[in-house]
Design a protein around this ligand. Structure first.
Ligand code: NAD
Length: 470
């Protein structure tokens, strides 16, 4: 039955089909089926079991879509979905409980609480780079909050998309949770419908399309976008550890195809050669002398992105700035870790999100100049600094605006479920992870309870001067 419903969704998915699908899910939501604790719990358990039972299928799909190394798939996709389910299962009863709040003298005597209610029928559109995680992590929040859900995974990771569609049909309640596979046409048909929330992960150009479509129905959105996430490296730090942590956040995250991967480095002119040497040493230790042969690096997702990336490093004023790497193999869609030193600020690579294995380094006279460079662009999804200087850390935290910051490491904030994960400005709006996921898919309903005691006459007309003076 579940499989049949998914099969039906796969055929000719146009606006009419999208409307029928949303209608079915609206009926399911209106029946109250998704609201109770038991349904939410059972769906979270289903998702957890699906992830546990099929870990190796997920790893194989990610290898097929991205050549993703197994440890990266297990750690950053499987384990993160698993942990999100486990946390939600542990905390759900607590999250669902109304939160008592203080009242004011104006309403005395009264009590008040914030009731988290499901929004209704929600749409999740996800991206290709962490296709299992980015599809199912938001689903955890949506079902924990008691919503009916439609998920559209990315067509650029077709093996993972097909696997998710098949498994969700088998492990989850298909009367309230459905997967629609497809590309722009299918996403457009879905976006024409009225949703109670749209949660989109991807680039800012499509983010604007999503927001415009949502505006027609006054639908709230979460936009998980990207940006140019900088790394500032100050003098006096342990360069070996700093380099390793930069490398693991860049090339160790899907070969730089991660939204929070370091996009560029800013360091001082004096430190730059030492930092380049440290990065080279560690890169060679990790990926060998011929990184194109390394099994520990993902490939580029497709030839469009491969060509986009080679254009960035082959631009005239940039190509002679390569100090490490630069090798590529179009037949295998592989690009080696590549470092570029002192690229001009007005080149392509410094004016779009790189989202791949190229790492330019900008140099400044004084490390403090970094902050103006960062703040002169769109607000990034993440920003990192390596420093031992307490004042510099404080200055960084106070003055650099980004979705999230990490001091003396990269990307690790993503794994801290007590922190909201999301962008600001051009890098997006709204946040999720942990309880923030539950909140992202809940309406916080304000409820005041009064009795028939203490009925103050001054509230009622006629409004006499005497009442005003009270
Ligand atoms: P993508 O190409 O997979 O697109 C994302 C989704 O948008 C897909 O499901 C796709 O079908 C849909 N889509 C594409 N064109 C559309 C259109 N015209 N109308 C409606 N839907 C459309 O992924 P991408 O955009 O290349 O992803 C990379 C970007 O996403 C980068 O900017 C990256 O930083 C960002 N990203 C952000 C996060 C985050 O959590 N903030 C995570 C991953 C990626």
């Amino acid at each position: 039955m579940a499989g049949a419903a998914q099969e039906e969704d796969k055929k000719l998915f146009d606006s009419g089909a999208a409307s029928t699908l949303v209608g079915e899910l609206r009926d399911a939501f209106a029946s109250g089926a998704t609201r109770g604790y038991r349904w939410r719990e059972s769906q979270l358990r289903g998702l957890l079991k699906m992830t546990d039972d099929h870990e190796q299928d997920i790893v194989a799909a990610l290898r097929s879509d991205l050549g993703k190394p197994e440890p990266e798939s297990v750690l950053y996709e499987v384990a993160m979905v698993r942990n999100a389910c486990k946390l939600a299962l542990k905390e759900l009863q607590h999250w669902m409980m109304p939160e008592k709040v203080k009242t004011s003298l104006t309403t005395f005597p009264s009590s008040a609480e914030i009731v988290s209610e499901p929004l209704g029928v929600v749409l999740i559109i996800s991206a290709w780079n962490y296709p299992y995680l980015l599809s199912l992590d938001p689903v955890v929040g949506a079902i924990a909050a008691g919503n009916a859900v439609v998920l559209k995974p990315s067509e650029l990771a077709p093996a993972t998309s097909a696997l998710i569609a098949k498994l969700v049909g088998e492990y989850m309640d298909s009367s309230s949770i459905r997967v629609v596979e497809g590309a722009v046409a299918e996403a457009t048909a879905l976006l024409e419908q009225k949703w109670d929330k749209i949660f989109y992960t991807g680039n800012g150009r499509v983010g604007r399309i999503v927001m415009a479509a949502a505006a027609k129905h006054l639908t709230p959105v979460v936009l998980e976008l990207g940006g140019k996430s900088p790394v500032v490296v100050d003098s006096g730090v342990n360069l070996q550890i700093a380099s390793r942590r930069i490398i693991v956040g860049k090339w160790g995250c899907n070969n730089g195809q991660a939204c929070v991967s370091p996009d560029y480095i800013i360091t001082t002119r004096d430190l730059a050669p030492k930092l380049v040497d440290a990065l080279k040493n560690e890169l060679e230790m990790f990926y060998g002398k011929n990184p194109l042969e390394s099994k520990d690096l993902s490939r580029i997702v497709n030839s469009n992105h491969f060509n986009r990336l080679t254009k960035l490093m082959d631009e005239d004023k940039v190509s002679d700035k390569v100090v490490y790497g630069g090798e590529r193999d179009p037949t295998k869609l592989q690009i080696a870790p590549t470092i570029l030193l002192d690229v001009p600020r007005n080149c392509l690579i410094m004016n779009e999100e790189i989202f791949g294995p190229l790492l330019p380094i900008l140099t400044v006279d004084k490390v403090e100049e970094s902050f103006d460079i960062i703040n002169s662009g769109g607000k990034p999804l993440a920003a990192y600094i390596f420093t031992n200087d307490k004042k510099l850390k404080e200055h960084f935290v106070k003055n650099v605006s980004a979705g999230g910051l990490v001091v003396n490491d990269t990307t690790v904030h993503v794994a801290v479920h007590t922190l909201p994960f999301g962008g600001v400005g051009q890098s997006g709006m709204g946040a999720y992870h942990g309880k923030f996921s539950f909140d992202a898919f809940s309406h916080k309903k304000a409820v005041v309870y009064r009795s028939f005691m203490g009925d103050a006459a001054m509230r009622y007309p006629p409004y006499t001067n005497g009442k005003l003076r009270l």
